[in-house]
Design a protein around this ligand. Structure first.
Ligand code: BDR
Ligand code: CA
Length: 347
């Protein structure tokens, strides 16, 4: 199994990332660090512990990480994930465990990754990159040690792939790109662009990074058929097992997420399950089209208006924009898969 440390801001799609990482036989989940994002840190930490309790994996250590970015005010996403970060279900248990206090999240992540053989452990980030940036800043040698880093983040756009955008088509900016926080920027990069920039521009790490931007994650829509199959236990190799409390939990999570995506984005086909793709990228890289090995340099725009108000979001600010530049063959850079084998993913 691939040793993975998961860093997440547990909201609806992060919950599925935890499920995949905690249950797939090809993953050895070393631990989880939490981060602000979909909701304040205290909520994302409780949500993480609750999902682990619901899925019977309270043995996984959880550490509470950054509560804010280095040099920005915190931006949260209650319109998508509710005030708790995981609204919409009555099946979420109250966790028995607390986040561990024997170490900081960054040091726990470092310790777990460095205990694995060089070249084998992966860091999977499904929220802002603050914890990850801090870990590589304090322990720069880890860039050479890890097997790779995957991140759900970035808005690369329609000009880059033929991804089906559903109702999001039409929200593109003039370059054919689209974001979900502003028209240029994806949420996880937008909320801490400086950390994202430090990760994508780490010259030792860059060639080991796979990012899953919106045009990729919008290929994995949890349609009503998928939701029904999940409730009935047809997914995840448990053919026809019938409804159970934990399946009901995950279906309720999806139902809420589907409603906010319909309300906020007009995406009625089903919500995109962004975050599990970043987990899959670490241990199942073959389910992605590899663009013939294409590699990219990524520049993160860090100037321009920044904030949560509609005024800022509609201002045309390019802050948080990810500008991907195709690198000549042989040059080291970030991998950005273009397509995903959906059926493989749902299995
Ligand atoms: C990302 O932002 C969060 O709301 C989701 O959990 C996902 O990680 C999508 O832009
Ligand atoms: Ca997330």
């Amino acid at each position: 199994p691939v040793p993975i440390w998961l860093d997440c801001d547990t909201g609806h799609d992060d919950a599925f990332a935890i499920l995949l990482a905690a249950y797939h036989p090809d993953v050895k989940l070393l631990g989880i660090s939490t981060i602000y994002g979909n909701a304040p840190l205290s909520h994302t930490t409780i949500n993480t512990l609750a999902i682990l309790k619901a899925t019977g994996r309270e043995d996984i250590p959880v550490y509470s990480g950054a509560s804010q970015p280095f040099c920005r005010p915190v931006a949260l996403a209650p319109d998508i994930h509710g005030e708790s970060g995981l609204d919409g279900t009555t099946c979420l248990p109250t966790p028995d465990q607390k986040a561990r206090s024997d170490n900081t999240a960054v040091e726990a992540m470092y310790k777990a990754l460095s205990s694995e053989d060089a070249g084998t452990p992966w860091l999977v980030c499904t929220g802002a990159l603050t914890n990850a940036a801090l870990m590589f800043a304090v322990h720069p040698e880890m860039a050479a040690h890890v097997g790779g880093l995957t991140h759900m983040g970035g808005a690369i756009g329609n000009g880059f792939s033929d991804a089906p955008m559903g109702a999001l088509k039409g929200r593109e900016n003039e370059d054919g790109r689209f974001g979900n926080w502003t028209k240029f920027a994806e949420f996880n990069v937008y909320i801490d662009p400086e950390s994202a920039s430090s990760i994508f521009n780490n010259t030792v790490l860059a060639a080991k990074i796979t990012i899953c931007p919106l045009d990729l994650t919008h290929q994995l829509l949890a349609t009503s058929q998928i939701q029904q199959d999940l409730l009935n236990g047809y997914q995840m190799g448990r053919g026809g097992a019938g409804p159970s409390k934990v399946r009901k939990l995950f279906v309720e999570i999806l139902t809420f997420f589907a409603q906010t995506y319909a309300d906020v984005f007009g995406l009625v086909e089903g919500p995109p399950l962004h975050d599990p793709l970043a987990v899959a990228a670490a241990f199942l890289p073959a389910i992605f089209e590899d663009n013939g090995g294409e590699r990219f340099g990524i520049e993160v725009v860090t100037d321009g208006l920044h904030g949560s108000s509609d005024h800022v979001r509609e201002s045309g600010s390019q802050c948080g924009r990810t500008v991907a530049t195709h690198l000549p063959a042989g040059q080291q850079g970030v991998r950005i898969p273009r397509g995903v084998d959906q059926m493989q993913m749902w299995k």
